[in-house]
Write a protein of this length. Structure first.
Length: 573
C-alpha cells in the first residue's frame, strides 16, 4: 500500500497542509525574489542612464576639441574659380584680394630637334623596301589615290618603285622625290593641283609619309620621316648623331643636377635611359617629343632655377643636344600681390605663408587673375556640435525625469524605478544649474548660454536655441569668445561638464555594482533558505507517511479483532 498518498489511511489531506505550511515558510524567498527583480530593473535603468551620460560626455568632449572653434573655411569670390584655397585652424578671419600677374613655370632643357636619322643618306638609290622603312607608322600594302588615280603598292616595293608607280598612274602629271637633307617626300603636280586620297584607299602610305592636301600644285611631308626606335639599343636606334665613339666607349655616365646616371649604348635603349633619369634623384622628368623629334628635360618643381647637364664619359648628352647654355629655357616665379600691396614672389603656384605671410592660408593658383579669398569660421561644424550637445543634454534630463518621478492619480501613488534614489534625483538639478550658470573669469563677451541665444524651454528641463540669429552671429563674428566660454580649462562649460559627467558615470557604475552584489547575496540567501525548506518538507512528509502507516496498521488490527469477536459470538449462540 502506497502510504505517500495523502489521507489514504487517515482521511486527512496532509499534503495540502504541508504545502500551506511550506508556503508560509517560503514567504521570505518570495520577498527576496521580488527584491532581485526590482534590483534588476534598477540596474537596467542605470545602464540606460549610463548610455545617455556617455553620449553627453562625448558631445561635451567634442565641444572642447581644440580645432572646433578655430576651424576655418576659405572661399573665392569668383563662383567658377579654379583656384584651390584652404585655411588651417586659427587662420586670421578676413578678406584677402590676391592679384596674380605671373604664374610660376618649370625650367626645361630642350635637346636638338630632328634627332632621327633620315630614311636614306642620299636622295638617290633608296633601296629600302616599304616593309623596312624606319618610319613612325609601318606602311601597309594596298592602294592609295593621287589626282584620282589608284596607285597599287606591295611591301616588297622600294620607295623609288613607289615614285615610279605614282608617275605611271598619273601619266607623268605628278612626280615624286625624296630630299635627304629635309628627310621629306615632295609631290609635284606641275601645273595641276595635287589632290591626295580617296575614301576607298586600302593603304596608309600617304599618312605614313605624312603627306596631306594643301590646295596647291605641290605638297611635302609635314614632318621628318626617319623615326627613332625608342626600345632598341641606342647604337641601333636610328639616331642621326655619329655613334662610333659612343659604341667604343661602352659603359658610360652622364650627370643631371649632379646626379650620375649610367648607360651603355650597345645594351640600353632610349626608353631605358629616360626611365633611369626619371627614377633618379635629379628632380627632372625626361621625355621624348616625337613631333619635334627631340628630348626634353623639365624640372619637377616650378620656379626660376636651372638644369645642369654634363657628359662624364661617353657623350650621349651632347649627341642628344642637351648640353650647352642655349638648350636651357629658364622657368619663372609666380608674381602676385595681397590687398594691393607690394609685388610678392613665389617659386611655386601654391602660395603659402612663406610667400604671403598669412599663417595657415594656402592658395593654389592656375590663372593670372584677381580674386578675393574670404576666410571665415566653420560655423556649420560649430553649430552642429552645439546642437548635438543640446540634444544629448535634453536626453539625459528627460530620462532622469522619467526614471525618478512620483505621480498621484485618484489617490493612487505611482513611483518610477529610480524614484527612491535621492542621489540620482539631484543629478538633473546639478546639470541644469551648470548649464544655466555663468562662467567666471572670461575676457570675452560671452559667459552664459543665453549669450548664444540658448535657454531652457519655459517650465521644463529642456534646452533650446531660442534665437538662431544670435547664435549664428556669435559663431561667425565671435568664435574666439565662444571657444573661451566652452573650452577654458577647468571653468569653461564644456570643461566643467566633461568632468562632472565623468564623475556621474563613475557613480552610476558603482551603483550598478552594488545592485549586482546585492543580488548575488540574495541568491546565496535564497539558496540557503531553500535547502532548509526542502529539509523541513522532507521531515513533514516522512512524519505524515509514518502516521498513515501506523493508522493503516491500527485499522487492520481493529478489523481483525472485530471479525474475531463477531465469529466467537456466533459460535456461542
Amino acid at each position: 500500500m502506497d502510504y505517500s498518498l495523502s489521507g489514504l489511511a487517515s482521511g486527512f489531506d496532509w499534503k495540502t497542509f504541508v504545502n500551506s505550511v511550506m508556503a508560509l515558510q517560503a514567504a521570505p524567498v518570495d520577498r527576496m525574489n521580488t527584491e532581485k527583480t526590482t534590483n534588476n530593473s534598477k540596474n537596467s535603468a542605470l545602464q540606460n542612464l549610463d548610455t545617455r551620460l556617455t553620449a553627453l560626455q562625448t558631445s561635451v568632449t567634442a565641444l572642447g576639441a581644440a580645432d572646433l572653434f578655430g576651424a576655418r573655411k576659405a572661399a573665392s569670390s569668383t563662383g567658377s574659380s579654379s583656384w584651390n584655397s584652404t585655411a588651417a585652424t586659427g587662420t586670421a578671419i578676413g578678406n584677402y584680394q590676391i592679384a596674380v600677374t605671373k604664374l610660376a613655370t618649370v625650367a626645361h632643357r630642350d635637346g636638338a630637334v630632328d634627332l632621327s636619322r633620315p630614311l636614306n643618306a642620299t636622295d638617290d638609290g633608296i633601296g629600302l623596301t616599304l616593309a623596312t622603312l624606319p618610319t613612325a607608322t609601318a606602311v601597309t600594302a594596298g592602294t592609295f589615290t593621287v589626282n584620282g588615280k589608284k596607285v597599287t603598292i606591295a611591301l616588297t616595293d622600294t620607295l623609288d618603285q613607289v615614285f615610279t608607280a605614282i608617275s605611271a598612274a598619273t601619266g607623268g602629271a605628278v612626280t615624286a622625290s625624296y630630299d635627304h637633307t629635309t628627310d621629306k617626300i615632295k609631290l609635284d603636280g606641275g601645273l595641276n593641283q595635287v589632290v591626295l586620297g580617296a575614301a576607298n584607299d586600302t593603304s596608309n602610305f600617304l599618312a605614313a609619309m605624312r603627306l596631306a592636301n594643301n590646295g596647291t600644285v605641290t605638297t611635302s611631308s609635314t614632318g621628318t620621316l626617319g623615326t627613332l626606335k625608342p626600345y632598341s639599343p641606342l647604337a641601333t636606334a636610328q639616331l642621326k648623331a655619329d655613334m662610333t665613339g659612343l659604341i667604343a666607349a661602352g659603359d658610360s655616365t652622364f650627370s643631371i643636377n649632379g646626379v650620375s646616371i649610367s648607360y651603355n649604348v650597345n645594351n640600353d635603349s632610349l626608353s631605358t635611359v629616360l626611365k633611369r633619369i626619371n627614377q633618379s634623384g635629379a628632380g627632372v622628368t625626361a621625355s621624348y617629343n616625337s613631333s619635334s623629334d627631340r628630348i626634353i628635360l623639365a624640372n619637377n618643381t616650378t620656379g626660376d632655377m636651372g638644369i645642369t647637364v654634363a657628359d662624364d664619359t661617353g657623350g650621349l648628352m651632347a649627341a642628344l643636344g642637351l648640353t650647352g647654355g642655349s638648350a636651357l629655357v629658364r622657368g619663372q616665379n609666380a608674381e602676385f600681390s595681397i590687398n594691393g600691396g607690394a609685388t610678392l614672389v613665389s617659386s611655386s603656384n601654391t602660395l603659402d605663408a612663406t610667400a604671403h605671410g598669412i599663417a595657415g592660408l594656402i592658395v593654389t593658383v592656375d590663372t593670372q587673375d584677381t580674386q578675393t579669398i574670404s576666410i571665415s569660421g566653420d560655423t556649420t561644424s560649430m553649430r552642429s556640435a552645439i546642437e548635438d550637445f543640446i540634444a544629448k543634454f535634453n536626453d539625459v534630463q528627460s530620462y532622469l525625469d522619467t526614471a525618478t518621478k512620483v505621480t498621484s492619480t485618484d489617490g493612487k501613488v505611482t513611483s518610477a524605478i529610480l524614484s527612491d534614489n535621492r542621489e540620482i534625483q539631484s543629478w538633473g538639478s546639478s546639470l541644469r544649474s551648470m548649464a544655466f550658470g555663468a562662467v567666471s573669469g572670461l575676457s570675452g563677451t560671452i559667459n552664459r548660454l543665453e549669450g548664444l541665444g540658448i535657454d531652457f524651454t519655459s517650465g521644463t528641463s529642456q534646452l533650446e536655441i531660442k534665437d538662431g540669429t544670435k547664435l549664428d552671429t556669435a559663431l561667425r563674428d565671435k568664435s574666439a569668445d565662444v571657444a573661451e566660454f566652452f573650452q577654458t580649462a577647468t571653468t569653461g562649460l564644456a570643461s566643467k561638464m566633461a568632468d562632472y559627467t565623468s564623475k556621474l558615470g563613475t557613480l552610476n557604475t558603482q551603483q550598478e555594482a552594488r545592485l549586482t552584489k546585492a543580488n548575488t547575496d540574495l541568491d546565496r540567501q535564497i539558496a540557503d533558505l531553500q535547502r532548509r525548506l526542502d529539509q523541513q518538507r522532507a521531515i513533514l512528509n516522512s512524519s505524515f507517511i509514518a502516521m498513515e502507516t501506523a493508522q493503516s496498521k491500527l485499522q487492520s488490527q481493529s478489523a481483525a479483532l472485530t471479525k474475531a469477536f463477531s465469529t466467537t459470538s456466533t459460535t456461542t449462540g
